[in-house]
Design a protein around this ligand. Structure first.
Ligand code: 3HC
Length: 275
């Protein structure tokens, strides 16, 4: 999701540094942003010239350089507590005035911020996939997050054209608590033999008006992500029915759109097309 968040920040007029572990990944991120901006330009979603917006994004493979002196840091690495803590610890020193925001879907902000001296600067800024299209950002404040950090984060999200809700640091925050219940109901229907994956998905779309059925959405988001959210929140006291079929697919390396196969098959891995 990092490239989508960087794109939003650049559209909003900020100078953006993106960082990842290799130049190749950064190149791929830039080309995804360029593709997305061209689509938005075509549909009138952005007015400014695509290359002008692109010129505000710098790809920097050196993490220290990317962080140094930033006003606002948004971390979007995988759901690994130690990895996230390491980035925040570095950012705390290299960007002493920055808001330290995490796009975590499932890890408590308080746990990510626990090694920091300035815990009041840490906050959750939970985007939804694809960030440039989905209208909501969930802002998650821990017991230590200051009002100033909340205000700066809400302001940043609004400058990106997003609606915000400010929620407490409880397992699954707000949106994933609801999404897990919906997923749980779909899994129960399939795993108890009452409906097929396709039937659940078409009812979600045709009866409930969802843009995607629940299993297609799980493939689109990444089954590994959904599974890690489920594990993180259930291990912290949120009770949810285990989705055995998701676990089986994840253990077999079938992660959804990104791997070319999940509940459905995708002819070009990494590229979403409706089955
Ligand atoms: N940038 C720019 N344009 C984009 C885009 C992007 N990243 N992604 C899609 N589009 C454009 C497409 O190119 C297409 O444009 P076109 O009509 O000119 O060809 C248009 O949007 C519609 O896209 P598609 O034809 O590919 O497919 P859809 O009509 O189904 O739209 C969707 C795709 C916007 C993803 C829609 O299906 C949707 O809203 N799905 C639900 C997504 C959702 O619920 N996300 C939340 C997941 S949960 C999460 O992220 C939280 C985490 O914690 C787990």
């Amino acid at each position: 999701m990092g490239h989508g968040i960087a794109e939003l920040a650049a559209i909003a007029g900020n100078e953006v540094w993106i960082n990842d572990v290799s130049k190749e990944i950064l190149e791929q991120a830039l080309s995804r942003v360029r593709w997305s901006l061209s689509k938005l330009k075509e549909s009138g979603g952005v007015k400014e010239d695509v290359e002008k917006i692109m010129s505000r994004i710098t790809a920097e493979v050196n993490q220290d350089e990317a962080l140094r002196g930033s006003d606002f840091v948004i971390e979007a690495v995988k759901e690994d507590l130690e990895l996230k803590r390491g980035i925040f610890k570095k950012a705390e020193v290299l960007a002493p005035n920055a808001v330290l925001a995490t796009n975590t879907s499932s890890l408590p902000i308080e746990e990510i911020a626990s090694p920091l001296n300035s815990k009041e600067r840490a906050i959750g800024m939970h985007f939804f996939n694809p960030p440039v299209i989905m209208p909501l950002v969930e802002v998650v404040r821990s017991k230590d997050t200051s009002d100033q950090t909340v205000n700066r984060t809400v302001e940043m999200a609004r400058s990106m054209g997003k609606e915000t809700i400010v929620v407490r640091d409880v397992p699954g925050f707000f949106v994933n608590r609801v999404l897990l219940r919906i997923m749980e109901a779909g899994c129960f229907l399939v795993e108890s033999g009452r409906a097929t994956v396709e039937e659940v998905d078409s009812s979600a779309m045709e009866e409930l008006g969802f843009p995607m059925g629940v299993f297609l959405l799980a493939d689109y988001t990444g089954l590994d992500i959904g599974y890690s959210v489920w594990k993180a929140v259930t291990s912290r006291g949120f009770e949810a029915f285990p989705c055995k079929s998701t676990e089986k697919l994840v253990l077999a390396g079938n992660l959804g759109v990104k791997s070319g196969s999940g509940y459905y098959k995708y002819p070009s891995p990494g590229k979403f097309s409706r089955p």
